[in-house]
Design a protein around this ligand. Sequence first.
Ligand code: PRP
Length: 106
Amino acid sequence: MCAHPFLKVGLDLSTTKGRHVVLVEDIVDTGLTLSLLKAHLLQECQAASVSVVCLLDKAARRKVQIAPEYKGFDCPDFFIVGYGLDFNEYYRTLPYIGVLKPEKYQ
Ligand SMILES: O=P(O)(O)OC[C@H]1O[C@H](OP(=O)(O)OP(=O)(O)O)[C@H](O)[C@@H]1O
């Protein structure tokens, strides 16, 4: 199954063996999520390659060295919501991307 003790993925990742995988993300922030998944797919699942496409790339927050191969937009270091992005499950279904006022989360 190529399972990972921390990753909960609703797919059988062993099917990626020998295949070129494209991960589609809404946002890359610290990069920790993708870094973990990418390493797992390459090292444990033996994917042939893993590339990343994201809508938003918030590079200023990066904690690990990872860069999406394809991105829609560079994103400034604001708290972004809408278009699938949430704050405690609020705002996720907004049909646009917005910036949350700091007083809403501080
Ligand atoms: O680069 P990182 O710091 O790892 O953050 C990026 C991840 O965070 C968000 O998911 P989140 O964990 O908020 O879950 P969600 O998609 O259910 O909102 C987003 O969808 C990415 O998967």
